[in-house]
Design a protein around this ligand. Structure first.
Ligand SMILES: Nc1ncnc2c1ncn2[C@@H]1O[C@H](COP(=O)(O)OP(=O)(O)O)[C@@H](O)[C@H]1O
Ligand SMILES: [Mg+2]
Length: 609
Protein backbone atom coordinates (compact mmCIF):
# COMPACT_ATOMS: atom_id res chain seq x y z
CA UNK A 1 0.00 0.00 0.00
CA UNK A 2 1.28 3.38 -0.95
CA UNK A 3 0.35 6.59 0.76
CA UNK A 4 -1.53 9.24 -1.18
CA UNK A 5 0.28 12.41 -2.07
CA UNK A 6 -2.05 14.51 -0.04
CA UNK A 7 -0.89 13.38 3.38
CA UNK A 8 -0.41 16.55 5.40
CA UNK A 9 3.21 17.21 6.26
CA UNK A 10 3.62 17.47 9.99
CA UNK A 11 0.24 15.96 10.74
CA UNK A 12 0.69 12.62 9.06
CA UNK A 13 -2.53 10.95 8.03
CA UNK A 14 -1.52 8.07 5.82
CA UNK A 15 -4.22 6.82 3.53
CA UNK A 16 -4.10 3.85 1.27
CA UNK A 17 -4.16 3.99 -2.49
CA UNK A 18 -7.76 2.88 -2.27
CA UNK A 19 -8.74 6.30 -1.06
CA UNK A 20 -9.01 7.52 -4.62
CA UNK A 21 -10.63 4.57 -6.16
CA UNK A 22 -14.00 3.73 -4.73
CA UNK A 23 -14.81 7.12 -3.32
CA UNK A 24 -16.44 8.69 -6.27
CA UNK A 25 -19.59 6.77 -6.73
CA UNK A 26 -22.73 8.84 -6.56
CA UNK A 27 -24.23 9.26 -3.17
CA UNK A 28 -27.43 7.27 -2.76
CA UNK A 29 -29.53 10.38 -2.43
CA UNK A 30 -32.89 8.71 -2.16
CA UNK A 31 -32.63 7.39 1.34
CA UNK A 32 -29.93 9.53 2.88
CA UNK A 33 -32.03 10.37 5.86
CA UNK A 34 -32.92 6.77 6.51
CA UNK A 35 -29.28 5.79 6.16
CA UNK A 36 -28.19 8.41 8.62
CA UNK A 37 -30.79 7.15 11.06
CA UNK A 38 -29.60 3.58 10.58
CA UNK A 39 -26.04 4.60 11.20
CA UNK A 40 -26.80 6.88 14.12
CA UNK A 41 -28.68 4.05 15.75
CA UNK A 42 -25.33 2.30 16.20
CA UNK A 43 -23.32 5.42 16.93
CA UNK A 44 -25.75 6.70 19.56
CA UNK A 45 -24.45 4.29 22.16
CA UNK A 46 -21.09 6.03 22.03
CA UNK A 47 -22.34 9.56 21.71
CA UNK A 48 -20.13 10.81 24.55
CA UNK A 49 -16.97 9.83 22.76
CA UNK A 50 -18.10 11.51 19.54
CA UNK A 51 -19.18 14.60 21.42
CA UNK A 52 -15.81 14.90 23.19
CA UNK A 53 -14.05 14.50 19.86
CA UNK A 54 -16.14 17.25 18.25
CA UNK A 55 -15.54 19.51 21.26
CA UNK A 56 -11.79 19.04 20.93
CA UNK A 57 -11.82 20.14 17.27
CA UNK A 58 -12.41 23.90 17.67
CA UNK A 59 -9.91 23.95 20.52
CA UNK A 60 -7.29 22.40 18.26
CA UNK A 61 -8.13 24.60 15.27
CA UNK A 62 -8.27 27.79 17.32
CA UNK A 63 -4.94 27.22 19.06
CA UNK A 64 -3.10 26.17 15.88
CA UNK A 65 -4.44 29.17 13.92
CA UNK A 66 -3.63 31.46 16.84
CA UNK A 67 0.04 30.42 17.11
CA UNK A 68 1.34 32.62 14.22
CA UNK A 69 -0.53 35.53 15.77
CA UNK A 70 1.31 34.98 19.04
CA UNK A 71 4.59 34.77 17.19
CA UNK A 72 3.73 38.09 15.49
CA UNK A 73 3.40 39.70 18.92
CA UNK A 74 6.60 38.10 20.15
CA UNK A 75 8.46 39.59 17.18
CA UNK A 76 6.79 43.00 16.93
CA UNK A 77 6.03 43.78 20.59
CA UNK A 78 8.89 41.77 22.09
CA UNK A 79 12.01 41.34 19.99
CA UNK A 80 11.68 44.43 17.74
CA UNK A 81 10.60 46.63 20.65
CA UNK A 82 13.49 45.34 22.76
CA UNK A 83 11.06 44.26 25.50
CA UNK A 84 12.58 41.11 27.00
CA UNK A 85 9.69 40.40 29.38
CA UNK A 86 7.16 40.64 26.54
CA UNK A 87 9.26 38.34 24.37
CA UNK A 88 9.36 35.73 27.10
CA UNK A 89 5.65 36.12 27.83
CA UNK A 90 4.63 35.72 24.17
CA UNK A 91 7.02 32.83 23.68
CA UNK A 92 5.45 30.98 26.59
CA UNK A 93 1.97 31.62 25.19
CA UNK A 94 3.21 30.30 21.81
CA UNK A 95 4.47 27.17 23.51
CA UNK A 96 1.11 26.86 25.26
CA UNK A 97 -0.74 27.15 21.94
CA UNK A 98 1.37 24.40 20.38
CA UNK A 99 1.06 22.02 23.31
CA UNK A 100 -2.67 22.74 23.62
CA UNK A 101 -3.16 22.29 19.87
CA UNK A 102 -1.34 18.97 19.95
CA UNK A 103 -3.45 17.77 22.88
CA UNK A 104 -6.60 18.86 21.04
CA UNK A 105 -5.47 16.91 17.97
CA UNK A 106 -4.80 13.81 20.01
CA UNK A 107 -8.14 14.12 21.83
CA UNK A 108 -10.20 14.60 18.68
CA UNK A 109 -8.68 11.53 17.03
CA UNK A 110 -8.62 9.40 20.11
CA UNK A 111 -12.26 9.93 21.04
CA UNK A 112 -13.44 9.64 17.45
CA UNK A 113 -11.48 6.43 16.87
CA UNK A 114 -12.50 4.79 20.12
CA UNK A 115 -16.15 5.66 19.45
CA UNK A 116 -15.80 4.58 15.82
CA UNK A 117 -14.19 1.25 16.57
CA UNK A 118 -16.90 0.45 19.13
CA UNK A 119 -19.65 1.44 16.73
CA UNK A 120 -18.14 -0.78 14.05
CA UNK A 121 -17.99 -3.70 16.44
CA UNK A 122 -21.71 -3.38 17.08
CA UNK A 123 -22.46 -2.97 13.41
CA UNK A 124 -20.46 -6.03 12.43
CA UNK A 125 -22.17 -8.00 15.19
CA UNK A 126 -25.61 -6.90 14.05
CA UNK A 127 -24.87 -7.77 10.42
CA UNK A 128 -23.50 -11.16 11.41
CA UNK A 129 -26.48 -11.90 13.64
CA UNK A 130 -28.80 -10.94 10.83
CA UNK A 131 -26.99 -13.07 8.27
CA UNK A 132 -27.01 -16.06 10.62
CA UNK A 133 -30.72 -15.63 11.16
CA UNK A 134 -31.62 -15.59 7.46
CA UNK A 135 -33.66 -18.42 6.04
CA UNK A 136 -32.23 -20.85 3.53
CA UNK A 137 -34.31 -19.37 0.73
CA UNK A 138 -32.58 -16.00 1.19
CA UNK A 139 -29.13 -17.57 1.06
CA UNK A 140 -30.00 -19.23 -2.21
CA UNK A 141 -30.93 -15.90 -3.79
CA UNK A 142 -27.52 -14.20 -3.59
CA UNK A 143 -23.91 -15.22 -3.99
CA UNK A 144 -22.20 -15.74 -0.65
CA UNK A 145 -19.52 -13.20 -1.55
CA UNK A 146 -22.09 -10.46 -1.16
CA UNK A 147 -22.47 -11.30 2.51
CA UNK A 148 -18.74 -11.52 2.97
CA UNK A 149 -18.10 -8.06 1.57
CA UNK A 150 -21.02 -6.64 3.53
CA UNK A 151 -19.63 -7.78 6.81
CA UNK A 152 -16.00 -6.94 6.05
CA UNK A 153 -15.10 -4.32 3.46
CA UNK A 154 -18.32 -2.32 3.71
CA UNK A 155 -18.07 -2.04 7.46
CA UNK A 156 -14.41 -1.14 6.99
CA UNK A 157 -15.26 1.69 4.59
CA UNK A 158 -17.61 3.14 7.16
CA UNK A 159 -14.90 2.89 9.78
CA UNK A 160 -12.42 4.76 7.62
CA UNK A 161 -14.87 7.63 7.32
CA UNK A 162 -15.58 7.90 10.97
CA UNK A 163 -11.98 7.69 11.97
CA UNK A 164 -10.09 9.50 9.20
CA UNK A 165 -12.60 11.28 7.01
CA UNK A 166 -15.05 12.92 9.36
CA UNK A 167 -12.60 14.09 12.02
CA UNK A 168 -10.26 15.67 9.53
CA UNK A 169 -13.05 17.21 7.49
CA UNK A 170 -14.53 19.09 10.42
CA UNK A 171 -11.20 19.99 12.02
CA UNK A 172 -9.70 21.14 8.70
CA UNK A 173 -12.71 23.30 7.88
CA UNK A 174 -12.48 24.94 11.29
CA UNK A 175 -8.75 25.47 10.83
CA UNK A 176 -9.23 27.17 7.44
CA UNK A 177 -11.94 29.43 8.87
CA UNK A 178 -9.84 30.41 11.89
CA UNK A 179 -6.82 31.14 9.68
CA UNK A 180 -8.85 33.50 7.48
CA UNK A 181 -10.41 35.22 10.45
CA UNK A 182 -6.91 35.85 11.79
CA UNK A 183 -5.58 37.07 8.45
CA UNK A 184 -8.43 39.50 7.91
CA UNK A 185 -8.10 40.78 11.46
CA UNK A 186 -4.40 41.62 10.94
CA UNK A 187 -4.71 43.04 7.43
CA UNK A 188 -8.10 43.11 5.78
CA UNK A 189 -6.87 43.74 2.21
CA UNK A 190 -4.13 41.10 2.25
CA UNK A 191 -6.41 38.60 3.99
CA UNK A 192 -9.15 38.96 1.37
CA UNK A 193 -6.59 38.75 -1.45
CA UNK A 194 -5.33 35.45 -0.10
CA UNK A 195 -8.86 34.10 -0.36
CA UNK A 196 -8.25 33.93 -4.13
CA UNK A 197 -5.99 30.93 -3.52
CA UNK A 198 -8.95 28.80 -2.43
CA UNK A 199 -10.71 28.50 -5.82
CA UNK A 200 -7.37 28.05 -7.63
CA UNK A 201 -6.37 25.10 -5.44
CA UNK A 202 -9.85 23.60 -5.61
CA UNK A 203 -9.89 23.79 -9.43
CA UNK A 204 -6.42 22.29 -9.83
CA UNK A 205 -7.21 19.43 -7.46
CA UNK A 206 -10.53 18.82 -9.18
CA UNK A 207 -9.02 18.66 -12.68
CA UNK A 208 -6.55 16.03 -11.61
CA UNK A 209 -9.17 14.15 -9.67
CA UNK A 210 -11.20 13.77 -12.84
CA UNK A 211 -8.18 12.34 -14.63
CA UNK A 212 -7.16 10.08 -11.77
CA UNK A 213 -10.57 8.70 -10.87
CA UNK A 214 -11.03 6.36 -13.87
CA UNK A 215 -7.40 5.32 -13.56
CA UNK A 216 -7.77 4.22 -9.98
CA UNK A 217 -11.13 2.59 -10.76
CA UNK A 218 -9.38 0.60 -13.45
CA UNK A 219 -6.53 -0.31 -11.11
CA UNK A 220 -9.02 -1.64 -8.59
CA UNK A 221 -10.88 -3.66 -11.21
CA UNK A 222 -7.73 -5.19 -12.66
CA UNK A 223 -6.48 -5.93 -9.17
CA UNK A 224 -9.75 -7.77 -8.48
CA UNK A 225 -9.33 -9.75 -11.69
CA UNK A 226 -5.78 -10.70 -10.77
CA UNK A 227 -6.90 -11.85 -7.34
CA UNK A 228 -9.68 -14.00 -8.71
CA UNK A 229 -7.33 -15.45 -11.32
CA UNK A 230 -4.93 -16.48 -8.60
CA UNK A 231 -7.80 -17.98 -6.61
CA UNK A 232 -8.98 -19.86 -9.66
CA UNK A 233 -5.53 -21.23 -10.40
CA UNK A 234 -5.16 -22.42 -6.81
CA UNK A 235 -8.64 -23.92 -6.72
CA UNK A 236 -8.49 -25.63 -10.12
CA UNK A 237 -4.85 -26.59 -10.12
CA UNK A 238 -5.56 -30.20 -10.95
CA UNK A 239 -7.78 -29.47 -13.94
CA UNK A 240 -5.42 -26.81 -15.28
CA UNK A 241 -2.48 -29.18 -15.23
CA UNK A 242 -4.25 -32.22 -16.56
CA UNK A 243 -5.71 -30.26 -19.46
CA UNK A 244 -2.42 -28.40 -20.07
CA UNK A 245 -3.99 -24.99 -19.61
CA UNK A 246 -0.92 -23.46 -17.96
CA UNK A 247 0.03 -21.58 -21.12
CA UNK A 248 -3.38 -20.01 -21.52
CA UNK A 249 -3.56 -19.06 -17.86
CA UNK A 250 -0.05 -17.59 -17.97
CA UNK A 251 -0.92 -15.48 -21.01
CA UNK A 252 -4.11 -14.18 -19.42
CA UNK A 253 -2.35 -13.40 -16.20
CA UNK A 254 0.52 -11.62 -17.96
CA UNK A 255 -1.85 -9.42 -19.96
CA UNK A 256 -3.74 -8.30 -16.86
CA UNK A 257 -0.58 -7.95 -14.83
CA UNK A 258 0.92 -5.71 -17.55
CA UNK A 259 -2.18 -3.57 -17.67
CA UNK A 260 -2.03 -3.25 -13.90
CA UNK A 261 1.56 -2.03 -14.15
CA UNK A 262 0.88 0.46 -16.97
CA UNK A 263 -2.19 1.97 -15.32
CA UNK A 264 -0.35 2.25 -12.05
CA UNK A 265 2.61 4.04 -13.65
CA UNK A 266 0.22 6.46 -15.38
CA UNK A 267 -1.60 7.19 -12.15
CA UNK A 268 1.64 7.70 -10.26
CA UNK A 269 2.81 10.21 -12.89
CA UNK A 270 -0.36 12.27 -12.52
CA UNK A 271 -0.04 12.01 -8.77
CA UNK A 272 3.47 13.42 -8.99
CA UNK A 273 2.31 16.20 -11.34
CA UNK A 274 -0.47 17.38 -9.08
CA UNK A 275 1.83 17.17 -6.09
CA UNK A 276 4.45 19.40 -7.66
CA UNK A 277 1.91 21.85 -9.08
CA UNK A 278 0.34 22.35 -5.66
CA UNK A 279 3.73 22.67 -3.99
CA UNK A 280 4.66 25.26 -6.61
CA UNK A 281 1.40 27.09 -6.05
CA UNK A 282 2.07 27.42 -2.35
CA UNK A 283 5.51 28.93 -3.03
CA UNK A 284 4.05 31.27 -5.65
CA UNK A 285 1.47 32.40 -3.11
CA UNK A 286 4.11 33.11 -0.50
CA UNK A 287 6.22 34.95 -3.06
CA UNK A 288 3.15 36.93 -4.14
CA UNK A 289 2.42 38.02 -0.58
CA UNK A 290 6.03 39.16 -0.05
CA UNK A 291 5.99 41.07 -3.33
CA UNK A 292 2.72 42.77 -2.44
CA UNK A 293 4.05 43.78 0.97
CA UNK A 294 7.22 45.20 -0.62
CA UNK A 295 5.27 47.15 -3.26
CA UNK A 296 2.91 48.49 -0.61
CA UNK A 297 5.79 49.51 1.67
CA UNK A 298 7.18 51.79 -1.06
CA UNK A 299 3.76 53.39 -1.51
CA UNK A 300 1.80 55.61 0.82
CA UNK A 301 0.06 52.82 2.75
CA UNK A 302 1.27 51.76 6.15
CA UNK A 303 3.87 48.98 5.85
CA UNK A 304 3.32 45.64 7.52
CA UNK A 305 5.47 45.00 10.53
CA UNK A 306 7.97 42.11 10.38
CA UNK A 307 6.00 39.95 12.83
CA UNK A 308 2.85 40.23 10.67
CA UNK A 309 4.81 39.20 7.56
CA UNK A 310 6.11 36.11 9.34
CA UNK A 311 2.60 35.28 10.58
CA UNK A 312 1.12 35.59 7.08
CA UNK A 313 3.69 33.25 5.65
CA UNK A 314 3.01 30.70 8.36
CA UNK A 315 -0.74 30.88 7.79
CA UNK A 316 -0.25 30.39 4.06
CA UNK A 317 1.84 27.30 4.71
CA UNK A 318 -0.83 25.96 7.03
CA UNK A 319 -3.59 26.62 4.55
CA UNK A 320 -2.46 24.39 1.72
CA UNK A 321 -2.56 20.88 3.16
CA UNK A 322 -6.19 21.04 4.41
CA UNK A 323 -7.32 22.71 1.17
CA UNK A 324 -5.71 19.96 -0.89
CA UNK A 325 -7.44 17.30 1.15
CA UNK A 326 -10.97 18.70 1.25
CA UNK A 327 -12.10 16.86 -1.87
CA UNK A 328 -10.65 13.58 -0.71
CA UNK A 329 -12.43 13.92 2.62
CA UNK A 330 -15.77 14.44 0.95
CA UNK A 331 -15.12 11.46 -1.24
CA UNK A 332 -14.50 9.28 1.77
CA UNK A 333 -17.82 10.42 3.21
CA UNK A 334 -19.56 9.50 -0.03
CA UNK A 335 -18.13 6.03 -0.13
CA UNK A 336 -19.14 5.51 3.47
CA UNK A 337 -22.69 6.44 2.62
CA UNK A 338 -22.61 3.92 -0.21
CA UNK A 339 -21.31 1.29 2.19
CA UNK A 340 -23.94 2.12 4.79
CA UNK A 341 -26.66 1.76 2.18
CA UNK A 342 -25.29 -1.64 1.14
CA UNK A 343 -25.20 -2.75 4.77
CA UNK A 344 -28.71 -1.56 5.21
CA UNK A 345 -29.87 -3.61 2.22
CA UNK A 346 -28.61 -6.73 3.95
CA UNK A 347 -30.22 -5.74 7.22
CA UNK A 348 -33.53 -5.33 5.44
CA UNK A 349 -33.68 -8.87 4.09
CA UNK A 350 -36.52 -10.22 6.21
CA UNK A 351 -35.75 -12.80 8.85
CA UNK A 352 -38.00 -15.84 8.81
CA UNK A 353 -41.00 -15.18 10.98
CA UNK A 354 -41.40 -17.74 13.67
CA UNK A 355 -45.13 -17.92 13.99
CA UNK A 356 -45.17 -21.42 15.44
CA UNK A 357 -45.50 -22.00 19.17
CA UNK A 358 -46.62 -25.60 19.51
CA UNK A 359 -44.68 -28.72 20.32
CA UNK A 360 -45.66 -31.86 18.40
CA UNK A 361 -47.30 -34.64 20.41
CA UNK A 362 -45.56 -37.46 18.60
CA UNK A 363 -43.26 -37.82 15.65
CA UNK A 364 -45.55 -39.37 13.08
CA UNK A 365 -44.87 -37.51 9.86
CA UNK A 366 -47.73 -36.95 7.44
CA UNK A 367 -47.65 -35.21 4.08
CA UNK A 368 -51.02 -34.54 2.48
CA UNK A 369 -51.88 -33.38 -0.97
CA UNK A 370 -48.59 -31.53 -1.39
CA UNK A 371 -48.18 -29.44 -4.53
CA UNK A 372 -45.22 -27.09 -4.64
CA UNK A 373 -43.57 -24.72 -7.09
CA UNK A 374 -40.47 -22.54 -6.56
CA UNK A 375 -41.87 -20.12 -9.09
CA UNK A 376 -45.58 -19.94 -9.75
CA UNK A 377 -45.77 -21.69 -13.15
CA UNK A 378 -43.97 -24.99 -12.82
CA UNK A 379 -44.94 -27.32 -10.01
CA UNK A 380 -41.96 -29.34 -8.82
CA UNK A 381 -44.13 -31.62 -6.64
CA UNK A 382 -47.67 -32.69 -7.51
CA UNK A 383 -50.19 -34.17 -5.08
CA UNK A 384 -47.61 -35.90 -2.96
CA UNK A 385 -48.97 -37.80 0.03
CA UNK A 386 -47.01 -39.96 2.44
CA UNK A 387 -46.95 -41.21 5.97
CA UNK A 388 -43.94 -42.14 8.09
CA UNK A 389 -44.92 -43.49 11.50
CA UNK A 390 -42.42 -42.72 14.26
CA UNK A 391 -39.48 -45.13 14.22
CA UNK A 392 -40.12 -46.34 10.68
CA UNK A 393 -38.08 -45.72 7.56
CA UNK A 394 -38.96 -44.26 4.20
CA UNK A 395 -36.85 -44.23 1.07
CA UNK A 396 -37.47 -41.86 -1.82
CA UNK A 397 -36.03 -42.70 -5.21
CA UNK A 398 -36.37 -41.18 -8.63
CA UNK A 399 -34.42 -39.61 -11.48
CA UNK A 400 -32.45 -36.38 -11.03
CA UNK A 401 -34.75 -33.40 -10.94
CA UNK A 402 -37.79 -35.42 -9.89
CA UNK A 403 -38.19 -33.31 -6.74
CA UNK A 404 -36.63 -35.49 -4.02
CA UNK A 405 -34.52 -32.73 -2.47
CA UNK A 406 -37.40 -30.30 -2.68
CA UNK A 407 -39.63 -32.66 -0.72
CA UNK A 408 -37.01 -32.82 2.01
CA UNK A 409 -36.46 -29.08 2.10
CA UNK A 410 -40.17 -28.67 2.71
CA UNK A 411 -40.15 -31.25 5.50
CA UNK A 412 -37.30 -29.48 7.33
CA UNK A 413 -38.94 -26.10 6.56
CA UNK A 414 -36.04 -24.67 4.61
CA UNK A 415 -38.83 -23.50 2.35
CA UNK A 416 -42.43 -22.89 3.25
CA UNK A 417 -45.34 -24.50 1.47
CA UNK A 418 -47.20 -22.64 -1.24
CA UNK A 419 -50.49 -21.29 0.07
CA UNK A 420 -53.17 -23.90 -0.54
CA UNK A 421 -50.51 -26.39 -1.59
CA UNK A 422 -51.38 -29.12 0.92
CA UNK A 423 -49.97 -29.70 4.36
CA UNK A 424 -47.16 -31.33 6.28
CA UNK A 425 -47.96 -32.52 9.80
CA UNK A 426 -45.77 -33.73 12.60
CA UNK A 427 -47.71 -35.55 15.31
CA UNK A 428 -50.89 -34.12 13.79
CA UNK A 429 -49.66 -30.52 14.07
CA UNK A 430 -49.01 -28.39 11.00
CA UNK A 431 -45.27 -27.68 10.63
CA UNK A 432 -45.89 -23.95 10.53
CA UNK A 433 -47.50 -24.07 13.97
CA UNK A 434 -44.53 -25.83 15.50
CA UNK A 435 -41.86 -23.73 17.16
CA UNK A 436 -38.99 -23.61 14.66
CA UNK A 437 -36.43 -24.31 17.36
CA UNK A 438 -38.41 -27.42 18.34
CA UNK A 439 -38.48 -28.60 14.77
CA UNK A 440 -34.73 -28.16 14.46
CA UNK A 441 -34.16 -30.27 17.55
CA UNK A 442 -36.37 -33.07 16.27
CA UNK A 443 -35.36 -33.29 12.62
CA UNK A 444 -31.79 -33.32 11.31
CA UNK A 445 -30.85 -33.27 7.64
CA UNK A 446 -27.60 -34.84 6.52
CA UNK A 447 -26.78 -33.40 3.11
CA UNK A 448 -25.00 -35.15 0.29
CA UNK A 449 -21.81 -33.23 0.99
CA UNK A 450 -21.75 -32.68 4.72
CA UNK A 451 -20.03 -29.57 6.05
CA UNK A 452 -16.87 -30.40 7.90
CA UNK A 453 -15.15 -27.77 10.01
CA UNK A 454 -11.38 -27.41 10.01
CA UNK A 455 -11.32 -28.74 13.54
CA UNK A 456 -10.77 -32.01 15.37
CA UNK A 457 -12.92 -35.05 14.69
CA UNK A 458 -14.22 -34.75 18.23
CA UNK A 459 -15.33 -31.14 17.65
CA UNK A 460 -16.92 -32.01 14.33
CA UNK A 461 -19.10 -34.57 16.07
CA UNK A 462 -19.87 -32.75 19.31
CA UNK A 463 -19.95 -29.19 17.86
CA UNK A 464 -18.96 -28.12 21.36
CA UNK A 465 -22.25 -29.16 22.92
CA UNK A 466 -21.35 -29.93 26.52
CA UNK A 467 -23.82 -32.81 26.79
CA UNK A 468 -21.97 -34.67 24.04
CA UNK A 469 -19.26 -36.33 26.09
CA UNK A 470 -16.29 -38.25 24.74
CA UNK A 471 -17.89 -41.49 25.95
CA UNK A 472 -21.02 -40.73 23.97
CA UNK A 473 -19.01 -39.85 20.86
CA UNK A 474 -17.06 -43.07 21.07
CA UNK A 475 -20.10 -45.21 21.69
CA UNK A 476 -21.89 -43.70 18.71
CA UNK A 477 -18.84 -44.11 16.49
CA UNK A 478 -18.54 -47.76 17.49
CA UNK A 479 -22.16 -48.38 16.61
CA UNK A 480 -21.85 -46.88 13.16
CA UNK A 481 -18.41 -48.44 12.66
CA UNK A 482 -16.62 -45.14 12.38
CA UNK A 483 -14.48 -45.83 15.43
CA UNK A 484 -12.01 -47.99 13.49
CA UNK A 485 -10.97 -45.45 10.91
CA UNK A 486 -10.92 -42.61 13.44
CA UNK A 487 -8.60 -44.68 15.64
CA UNK A 488 -6.23 -44.99 12.72
CA UNK A 489 -6.02 -41.23 12.13
CA UNK A 490 -2.72 -39.74 13.42
CA UNK A 491 -4.25 -38.36 16.63
CA UNK A 492 -7.45 -40.38 16.78
CA UNK A 493 -10.41 -38.24 17.79
CA UNK A 494 -8.12 -35.25 18.21
CA UNK A 495 -6.94 -35.26 14.60
CA UNK A 496 -7.65 -31.95 12.93
CA UNK A 497 -9.54 -32.46 9.70
CA UNK A 498 -8.00 -30.51 6.83
CA UNK A 499 -9.96 -27.78 5.03
CA UNK A 500 -13.31 -29.05 3.78
CA UNK A 501 -12.41 -32.55 4.90
CA UNK A 502 -9.69 -32.96 2.29
CA UNK A 503 -7.87 -35.66 4.28
CA UNK A 504 -11.00 -37.79 4.64
CA UNK A 505 -12.85 -39.78 2.02
CA UNK A 506 -16.40 -38.82 1.16
CA UNK A 507 -17.67 -41.88 3.00
CA UNK A 508 -15.69 -41.01 6.12
CA UNK A 509 -17.09 -37.49 6.04
CA UNK A 510 -20.56 -38.98 5.76
CA UNK A 511 -19.91 -41.14 8.80
CA UNK A 512 -18.76 -38.12 10.81
CA UNK A 513 -21.87 -36.22 9.77
CA UNK A 514 -23.97 -39.21 10.82
CA UNK A 515 -22.25 -39.35 14.20
CA UNK A 516 -22.88 -35.62 14.56
CA UNK A 517 -26.58 -36.14 13.88
CA UNK A 518 -26.82 -39.17 16.17
CA UNK A 519 -25.20 -37.19 18.98
CA UNK A 520 -28.25 -34.92 19.01
CA UNK A 521 -31.61 -35.89 20.41
CA UNK A 522 -33.15 -35.63 16.96
CA UNK A 523 -35.49 -38.54 16.40
CA UNK A 524 -35.94 -38.00 12.68
CA UNK A 525 -32.87 -38.22 10.48
CA UNK A 526 -33.03 -37.39 6.80
CA UNK A 527 -30.31 -38.30 4.33
CA UNK A 528 -30.15 -36.60 0.96
CA UNK A 529 -28.21 -38.96 -1.31
CA UNK A 530 -25.70 -39.96 1.33
CA UNK A 531 -24.42 -42.73 -0.89
CA UNK A 532 -24.18 -40.93 -4.21
CA UNK A 533 -20.46 -40.13 -4.29
CA UNK A 534 -18.86 -43.14 -2.69
CA UNK A 535 -17.28 -46.37 -3.80
CA UNK A 536 -18.73 -49.79 -3.18
CA UNK A 537 -16.38 -50.53 -0.31
CA UNK A 538 -17.36 -47.39 1.60
CA UNK A 539 -20.96 -48.00 0.68
CA UNK A 540 -20.87 -51.19 2.69
CA UNK A 541 -19.61 -49.16 5.67
CA UNK A 542 -22.31 -46.55 5.26
CA UNK A 543 -24.87 -49.29 4.79
CA UNK A 544 -24.06 -50.75 8.19
CA UNK A 545 -24.29 -47.30 9.75
CA UNK A 546 -27.62 -46.72 8.05
CA UNK A 547 -28.91 -50.06 9.33
CA UNK A 548 -28.15 -48.86 12.83
CA UNK A 549 -29.83 -45.49 12.20
CA UNK A 550 -32.90 -47.12 10.69
CA UNK A 551 -33.22 -49.43 13.65
CA UNK A 552 -33.11 -46.63 16.21
CA UNK A 553 -34.66 -43.52 14.61
CA UNK A 554 -37.23 -42.44 12.12
CA UNK A 555 -35.28 -42.34 8.88
CA UNK A 556 -35.95 -40.78 5.52
CA UNK A 557 -33.46 -41.73 2.86
CA UNK A 558 -33.04 -40.31 -0.55
CA UNK A 559 -31.05 -42.87 -2.37
CA UNK A 560 -29.25 -42.91 -5.62
CA UNK A 561 -28.15 -46.48 -5.28
CA UNK A 562 -31.19 -48.62 -4.89
CA UNK A 563 -29.18 -51.43 -3.31
CA UNK A 564 -28.88 -49.31 -0.15
CA UNK A 565 -32.58 -49.06 0.53
CA UNK A 566 -33.74 -52.60 0.21
CA UNK A 567 -34.55 -52.77 3.91
CA UNK A 568 -36.61 -49.57 4.09
CA UNK A 569 -40.14 -50.05 5.45
CA UNK A 570 -41.52 -48.07 2.54
CA UNK A 571 -40.17 -46.94 -0.81
CA UNK A 572 -41.60 -44.08 -2.87
CA UNK A 573 -40.79 -43.68 -6.53
CA UNK A 574 -40.94 -40.08 -7.63
CA UNK A 575 -40.97 -38.96 -11.26
CA UNK A 576 -41.53 -35.39 -12.43
CA UNK A 577 -42.81 -34.52 -8.97
CA UNK A 578 -45.40 -37.27 -8.84
CA UNK A 579 -45.43 -40.49 -6.87
CA UNK A 580 -45.46 -43.26 -9.42
CA UNK A 581 -45.16 -46.28 -7.16
CA UNK A 582 -44.90 -47.10 -3.50
CA UNK A 583 -44.30 -50.24 -1.43
CA UNK A 584 -41.52 -52.38 -0.02
CA UNK A 585 -38.59 -53.47 -2.17
CA UNK A 586 -39.99 -56.95 -2.58
CA UNK A 587 -43.44 -55.70 -3.48
CA UNK A 588 -42.08 -53.21 -6.01
CA UNK A 589 -39.87 -55.86 -7.63
CA UNK A 590 -42.91 -58.00 -8.40
CA UNK A 591 -44.35 -55.23 -10.60
CA UNK A 592 -42.97 -54.26 -14.00
CA UNK A 593 -42.70 -50.58 -13.08
CA UNK A 594 -40.16 -47.78 -12.92
CA UNK A 595 -38.55 -49.11 -9.74
CA UNK A 596 -37.81 -52.54 -11.13
CA UNK A 597 -36.50 -51.02 -14.34
CA UNK A 598 -34.19 -48.67 -12.43
CA UNK A 599 -33.02 -51.44 -10.14
CA UNK A 600 -32.14 -53.78 -12.95
CA UNK A 601 -30.44 -51.03 -14.91
CA UNK A 602 -28.20 -50.27 -11.97
CA UNK A 603 -27.39 -53.86 -11.30
CA UNK A 604 -26.14 -54.28 -14.85
CA UNK A 605 -24.36 -50.93 -14.93
CA UNK A 606 -22.47 -51.60 -11.72
CA UNK A 607 -21.53 -55.26 -11.89
CA UNK A 608 -20.04 -55.53 -8.41
CA UNK A 609 -23.36 -54.78 -6.74
N1 LIG B 1 -34.05 -23.20 -5.35
C1 LIG B 1 -34.70 -23.56 -6.47
N2 LIG B 1 -35.35 -22.63 -7.21
C2 LIG B 1 -36.01 -22.97 -8.34
N3 LIG B 1 -36.06 -24.21 -8.83
C3 LIG B 1 -35.44 -25.19 -8.15
C4 LIG B 1 -34.73 -24.91 -6.94
N4 LIG B 1 -34.20 -26.06 -6.48
C5 LIG B 1 -34.58 -27.03 -7.36
N5 LIG B 1 -35.33 -26.52 -8.37
C6 LIG B 1 -35.95 -27.26 -9.48
O1 LIG B 1 -36.87 -28.17 -8.93
C7 LIG B 1 -36.82 -29.42 -9.60
C8 LIG B 1 -36.57 -30.53 -8.60
O2 LIG B 1 -35.28 -30.39 -8.04
P1 LIG B 1 -34.79 -31.27 -6.85
O3 LIG B 1 -35.82 -31.29 -5.80
O4 LIG B 1 -33.44 -30.78 -6.46
O5 LIG B 1 -34.68 -32.69 -7.53
P2 LIG B 1 -33.82 -33.96 -7.10
O6 LIG B 1 -33.32 -33.78 -5.72
O7 LIG B 1 -34.81 -35.09 -7.24
O8 LIG B 1 -32.74 -34.10 -8.11
C9 LIG B 1 -35.74 -29.29 -10.66
O9 LIG B 1 -36.37 -29.04 -11.88
C10 LIG B 1 -34.94 -28.10 -10.22
O10 LIG B 1 -34.44 -27.43 -11.34
MG1 LIG C 1 -31.37 -33.73 -4.93
Amino acid sequence: MRNCWFATPGIARPMSIRCWSSRWRRMPMASDRKLTAFFLGFAARHKWRFLLSVLAMPIYAYLVAEAPNVMRRAIDDGIMAGDRAATIRHSLVYLGCMVGGALGLVAQHWFMQSGGIRTLTHMREAVMRHILGLGRAEYDKRPLGVYVSRSTSDVEAIGETMTAGLTNLIADTLLIVFIFVNMVAIDRKLGLMTLVIVPVVVVVVDIFRRILRPLYDRIRTVNGTLTSQINEVLGMHGVIRSFHLQGAFNRLFREDNDEYRDTNIKAVSYDAAVFSILEGLSFVAIGGVLLYIAVRATGTEKALQLGAVVAFIQWLQMLFPPLKQMGARFAILQSALAAVSKLETVMQIPLPVDEGTKSPENLNLTVRDLTFAYNKEQPVLKNVALEVPAGKSLAVVGPTGSGKSTLIRLIVRQFDLNPGGGEILLGGTDLREILREDLRKKIVLIPQEPSIFEETVRYNISLDRPEVTMERIESICRKIRAHDFIQHLPHGYDTVIAGEGANLSMGQRQLIAMARALATDAQILIFDEATANIDTETERLIQEALDYVMATRTTILIAHRLSTIRDADQILVLNHGEIMERGTHDALMTRPGLYRRMYELQRHAIPDQ
